[in-house]
Design a protein around this ligand. Structure first.
Ligand code: ATP
Length: 364
């Protein structure tokens, strides 16, 4: 990030501690994050990791115990929620059921005292943006969940916030509708150019929608990066485990150069593995290998041999559970590109072959 202007939200060493003494909970512990302008940024992590707390601090519904939050370089601490150029779409939508679609969208603008003509024009614009013009006079109680989601989005965008916060906005929708709304949200973000900060515990949702993702655990940010960076280069065991499936193998570094090292694995083989950013310690390390970066072959043709214990068919691909001769478990995922009989049967001796660049050393 080269210029200060490109940062929309700058979170500097922010902590939030609830309660006292034995009831003390560190919801956030010294978080640093820079969210860029026009970015679709996602906070991803398991329940209780601090995502909602961080969103509430940005919105101004709560205050940090420590640290500061800057919006375009200005400390927003003195601003109450309604004075921040930030708006929120809640999981529950929080719409007024007795009002029409258009009245719901107009509500915030009226509260801000915007002129009638301007409000009407903005409502029309928002209805068009979320493809709800036809339903403008329907009561909110008479439209579907997905349509309510669109109205909530339109209402939050109507006052032209600089930053839109979205707290698990799709979790109440069924799978198919969620997929549709994911595409809608991406489109609306691209069309409006507003910075979106999206909260989810759903890794697939985060990977498919985000420009960048912050993976959180226990009130800390474990890694920030694009979907590809996080998936292909998980920084630590938590990230590798939380996102996608992973094989973890123990070993020790035998030799190293700038970006890779030779690791002697407990499983017997020596492999080349990428070093994590910031390097890895000498001595014992953990190596991660994604199941789809490995394939099965005849014994002796790969890095390690073992016995095929289970083959689980998933339609598009098959997951092979291998017990390596070292006793470690290893999963291989192969796409089902061929039709016809299976090459590998349960109980077969097999080799695990690794693709180029498949192994990565985790940060200690
Ligand atoms: P979820 O996905 O379940 O909403 P989350 O990642 O958004 O979880 P937070 O709601 O931010 O998590 O909560 C972080 C931690 O802070 C949790 O351990 C939670 O129990 C605690 N916490 C949140 N709000 C309070 C509060 N008002 N008082 C005490 N503890 C709180």
């Amino acid at each position: 990030m080269s210029t200060k202007e490109s940062v929309a939200i700058d979170i500097r060493d922010v902590s939030r501690i609830y309660g006292y003494g034995e009831y003390q909970v560190t919801a956030l512990g010294g978080v640093f994050l820079q969210i860029r302008e026009n970015e679709f940024f996602t906070l991803l992590g398991p329940s209780g990791c601090g995502k909602t707390t961080l969103l509430r601090l940005i919105a101004g519904f709560d205050f940090p115990t420590n640290g500061e939050i800057l919006l375009h370089g200005e400390d927003i601490a003195p601003l109450p929620p309604f004075k921040r150029p930030v708006n929120t779409v809640f999981q529950s939508y929080a719409l007024f059921p007795h009002m029409t679609v258009a009245e719901n969208i107009a509500f915030g603008l009226q509260m801000l005292g915007r002129p009638k003509e301007e409000t009407k024009a903005r409502v029309d614009e928002m209805l068009e943006l979320v493809h709800m013009t036809q339903m403008r006079d329907r009561q909110v109680s008479q439209i579907s969940g997905g349509q309510q989601q669109r109205v909530a989005l339109a209402r939050a965008l109507a006052p032209k916030p600089k930053v839109l916060l979205l707290d698990e906005p799709l979790s109440a929708l069924d799978y198919k509708l969620r997929k549709e709304m994911q595409i809608e949200l991406k489109r609306v973000q691209a069309e409006t150019g507003i910075t979106f900060i999206f909260v989810t515990h759903d890794q697939e949702e985060a990977l498919t929608m985000s420009d960048r993702i912050a993976v959180m655990s226990n009130g800390e940010v474990r890694q920030v990066g694009t979907a590809r960076e996080i998936y292909d280069r998980p920084a630590d065991r938590f990230v590798a485990d939380f996102i996608g499936e992973s094989n973890f193998l123990e070993g020790s570094i035998k030799a190293r150069n700038t970006t890779t090292a030779t690791v002697g694995l407990a499983a017997g083989a020596e492999i080349e593995a990428t070093l994590p950013e910031g390097g890895a310690p000498d001595g014992k390390v953990t190596v991660v290998i994604r199941p789809e970066h490995a394939s099965l072959g005849k014994p002796g043709t790969g890095r390690f041999d073992g016995v095929l214990e289970e083959a689980i068919y998933f339609g598009t691909d098959t997951h092979f559970h291998v017990r390596l001769d070292s006793g470690e478990a290893f999963i291989v995922r192969e796409q089902n590109v061929r039709s016809g009989g299976e090459e590998h049967q349960k109980g077969d001796r097999v080799a695990v072959q690794l693709g180029r660049d498949a192994a990565q050393i985790l940060r200690a």
